[in-house]
Design a protein around this ligand. Structure first.
Ligand code: FB9
Length: 497
């Protein structure tokens, strides 16, 4: 408790020791030259702990307006005008030059009304009396010093109408000893300390009652990043649709699984360092399934399975280059190859994890983002099945109306970009990409010829940005994220529009 407050508390309790009551806290504060506001706070606190009983007392008082303050110092305008009129008189024009415009305007009118001045023909102003008393100034000073009781009511009304004073309700307390009164207040103990126990002080010491409603220290807990909250929702959609999650715990991949097995030619622009992060160390992968690799080489070079291939000289060392995976389709390729090694069973797989692309960073693109991928592997699947699954999947995101635009991916034919009409954005938004994996990808793996795989992909960041109304991806993900967003982001449900 600040020094002054302690000073006020002691003085107050001491005063009540010898006085039955303090009738008016305002007078007491003035007499004890304490700030009345500070005294009010101490009285409230003493009342709270029963040391005093206080009744609030109100009284209307007058305070000076800014203009009133001015005249209380410089004199009323009519007095200033009178002062400015020399005994031999003066023209209005001359007088106006000597005074402030508002003082001249108000003052002459008032001085005339007070019959202090007279206006001769030609506009000369002349004194009608020797001297005058500036009652107005005196009254303003009285009021300023709280002695408004001395000012007659008609003067108060006149000053009020001249907007030189305005009313103010003054609030104070009258107080007397309370049930818990003592000349000195010892703060109730808030803790049963070893000292209080050993000193036996606990016997007479007052203890602050436990406030069981107290909230206590906010417990800092972990907070899920919005991306992870939306990931969880996508996960449950996939699991509800009977999909299994693929293991994505390998950011580093070989060009073989990331590109070559997907029938993406080695001269494809995405395979150069402008788009892909290649590793310096370990720069290469030597452990690749030899027989499968030969089939991949042959497919790229001469095709097969109804394909003519690319007809270029496929290089093993290109395929051995390590990189940061550019899509989780690299995980799909590994899973489909594994599936092909055993007796074929239909499968539904999904993956949600980070992918890395050496792209220009802008409002919606960073060098890494989370790709969501789904695939269905079964006999005789058609484009219709893909459209069906996409409608089912996106409808669970609350996205009802989809449109499909033919697109191109090296590893799917046909391929389609997926668009949905976004009510709030009032436009068609691209919500993903999809296609049917090429036989040049599936057959070398050893999957039965009648097995086809429909697949689609989208990002986790875009839906999260739209759900959380985040305009710039850098505010959502990366070193510039403001932790407050993480700590205080609401649960935004997918599918609720
Ligand atoms: O996520 C994307 N858009 C999107 C998705 C959902 C969404 O939800 C709203 C709440 C309702 C809103 C928007 N896109 C894919 C579309 C665009 O944002 C696109 O500009 C950016 N794309 C990323 C790649 O950028 C280079 C998003 C990312 C993407 C693109 C394609 C795939 C995966 C991610 C794929 C694939 C694929 C295709 C065939 C077979 C297997 C995988």
């Amino acid at each position: 408790m600040a020094a002054t407050a302690m000073g006020i508390e002691e003085a107050l309790l001491l005063h009540l020791q010898s006085h039955a009551a303090i009738v008016d806290s305002g007078d007491w504060a003035a007499r004890s030259s304490f700030d009345h506001g500070a005294v009010m706070d101490v009285i409230k606190s003493l009342q709270g702990s029963g040391f005093v009983e206080a009744q609030s007392i109100k009284r209307n008082s007058w305070i000076l307006t800014a203009e009133g303050e001015l005249y209380a110092v410089r004199g009323s305008p009519e007095f200033q005008v009178f002062q400015a009129v020399p005994p031999e008189g003066i023209s209005r024009v001359e007088l106006e030059k000597k005074l402030e415009a508002s003082v001249f305007k108000i003052g002459t009118g008032k001085a005339m009304k007070n019959k202090w001045l007279e206006s001769l023909k030609g506009g000369t102003l002349l004194r009608k009396v020797q001297g005058v008393t500036d009652e107005v100034k005196l009254q303003l000073l009285e009021i300023r010093d709280g002695q408004h009781v001395e000012v007659p009511d008609n003067a108060i009304t006149d000053l009020k109408n001249r907007k030189l004073i305005e009313s103010r309700t003054w609030v104070g307390y009258s107080l007397k000893k309370g049930p818990k009164y003592a000349p000195k207040r010892v703060k109730p103990a808030t803790d049963l300390t070893r000292e209080i126990l050993q000193s036996g002080e606990w016997k007479e010491r007052e203890f602050k009652p436990y406030n069981y409603k107290a909230l206590g220290q906010p417990t800092e807990g972990g907070h899920l990043h919005p991306l992870l909250k939306v990931r969880t929702q996508f996960r449950s959609i996939f699991l509800e649709m009977g999909f299994e999650e693929m293991p994505t715990n390998n950011f580093v991949e070989s060009s073989f699984w990331n590109f070559d097995v997907l029938f993406q030619p080695q001269m494809h622009p995405a395979r150069d360092s402008h788009d892909t992060f290649f590793l310096k160390a370990p720069a290469r992968t030597h452990k690749l399934p030899e027989d499968y690799l030969e089939r991949v080489r042959r497919t790229h070079e001469e095709g097969g399975y109804g394909s003519i291939g690319y007809g270029y000289d496929w290089k093993r060392d290109e395929a051995e280059k390590n990189l940061l995976r550019t899509h989780t389709t690299a995980v799909s390729s590994r899973m489909l190859y594994k599936l092909a090694q055993d007796k074929f069973v239909p499968k539904r797989y999904f993956s949600i994890d980070r992918v890395f692309r050496n792209e220009a960073v802008d409002r919606t693109h960073l060098a890494e983002f989370h790709q969501i991928e789904g695939l269905v592997c079964d006999r005789g699947l058609t484009l219709g099945d893909l459209i069906g699954v996409l409608n089912d999947f996106f409808s669970r995101l609350g996205i009802k109306k989809l449109r499909f635009k033919p697109a191109y991916n090296p590893y799917t034919e046909p391929s389609m970009e997926i668009f949905s009409y976004h009510e709030t954005l009032k436009k068609w938004v691209e919500v993903g990409n999809s296609g049917m994996f090429r036989p040049e990808m599936l057959q070398p793996m050893g999957l039965p010829a009648d097995v086809s795989v429909i697949a689609w992909g989208l990002s986790l960041e875009r839906p999260t940005m739209i759900l959380y109304g985040i305009d710039n991806i850098r505010d959502l993900f990366g070193h510039k994220v403001d932790l407050k967003l993480i700590k205080s982001n609401p649960i935004c449900r997918l599918g609720i529009h």
